[in-house]
Design a protein around this ligand. Structure first.
Ligand code: MG
Length: 373
């Protein structure tokens, strides 16, 4: 089999409604725009796609395909994923691909191979489970009362655990974390994500508050470029650290977090941010070898497959953006994400795709289960 086509398609994506906020200093939910989809085609008719979720991805992918990737890929065997993964890293040495694009080619190649096998990606990778509990991952609300109302709604809808993205103020966030613990009682697993809003002294003081409130994990309180700072945090606080979500270097950098004692809960897992499926699976196995968790970063279609393929994952991350939120697709009435149906990965459901891409959208497994019942 040989690669004969490397194309970029686009799809319009509406602005989130209602809009939502992140911590002080970060932009909120953003505006409508185009997203890019990479499609790799072959002389046998086999194809694979990869959706690039970031704003600006349509123009970014067009540039990378036209300038770098098409010439590299044409004529190659798409089933030689390891060889091509190594080639992407070689090209990265001069290009320094932006992190969310490092794994785009790899994702499309895994999609192609799983489609050829007639399997959903998670099963092609080696299935670990067919459903996983989803945690409600909040955006940032104005008041403690709104956060508590969102927590109530999440528990009502069946979500077994809750993660806060709070204000980015160490004292105020510490008080919110304790208020949420007092509100839900001792048995609900709670997590906190700092979205890199702090320096080391504030990260330590907030970490003490999270230990006191018995939080399950403490995620990304600082930018993840100083492993030494994270190692110091790991020595200073008892709450376990979930690390290496947005740092460059994929599994190689994740390894440094582990060896420094800076990932005491585990490693963040993502196709988009860990260099495709090949980088994500290396990261998951690395964590497993050290008896650590590998926790999928939320909401991407590929990440749903990782949730089912990786034995040391605990939860699926489901973003909740307002107090009257409803379950997102793929999550059943018990708060579990159901295994995606195949073939391949699926493009995100609910978007207005060009006709040529409509067949890459797989059905919602919850709708299928209800129809079969
Ligand atoms: Mg995070």
């Amino acid at each position: 089999m040989k690669i004969t086509h490397v194309e970029v398609w686009t799809v319009p994506v509406p602005a989130p409604s209602p809009p939502f906020k992140w911590r002080a200093g970060l932009p909120g939910s953003g505006v409508a725009g185009e997203r890019g989809i990479l499609r790799i085609g072959t002389d046998t008719g086999a194809t694979g796609v990869a959706y690039a979720s970031r704003p600006g991805s349509a123009s970014m992918l067009r540039d990378l395909v036209d300038r770098v990737w098409r010439d590299e890929l044409l004529g190659q065997d798409p089933l030689q994923r390891e060889h091509l993964y190594h080639r992407i890293w070689e090209l990265d040495r001069l290009e320094e691909f932006a992190l969310p694009y490092l794994g785009t080619v790899d994702l499309a190649l895994w999609d192609l191979a799983a489609r050829e096998a007639g399997l959903p990606l998670w099963q092609f990778l080696g299935g670990a489970r067919t459903r996983i509990p989803a945690y409600a991952s909040t955006t940032t609300f104005d008041t403690t009362e709104e956060f508590l109302a969102v927590a109530d709604r999440a528990l009502e809808l069946g979500y077994p655990a809750i993660k806060l993205h709070a204000w980015g103020d160490a004292r105020r966030d510490a008080a919110l974390c304790q208020a949420l613990r007092d509100h839900v009682g001792p048995d609900v697993p709670l997590m906190y994500d700092g979205s890199a809003g702090f320096d080391l002294p504030d990260a330590i003081s907030l970490g003490h508050a999270l230990s006191d409130a018995n939080y399950l994990w403490y995620e990304e309180p600082m930018r993840e470029f100083s492993v030494s700072a994270y190692a110091a945090l790991g020595r200073a606080v008892r709450v376990p650290l979930l690390s290496a979500e947005t740092s460059d270097g994929s599994y190689m950098n994740s390894a440094d977090f582990v060896s420094a004692g800076a990932a005491t809960f585990g490693l963040r897992l993502s196709s988009e941010l860990r260099g495709g499926i090949s980088g994500a699976m290396r990261t998951a196995h690395l964590a497993d070898a050290f008896r650590l968790r590998a926790e999928p970063h939320g909401m991407g279609e590929a990440e749903r497959h990782l949730c089912m393929a990786v034995s040391n994952a605990t939860y699926y991350e489901s973003l909740v953006t307002h107090t009257e939120f409803v379950r997102t697709d793929g999550i059943d009435a018990e708060g579990y994400l159901l295994a995606p149906v195949g073939p391949g990965v699926s493009l995100p459901r609910g978007l207005d795709y060009p006709h040529a891409l409509a067949d890459y959208v797989n059905p919602d497994p919850v709708a299928l289960a209800l129809a079969a019942a």
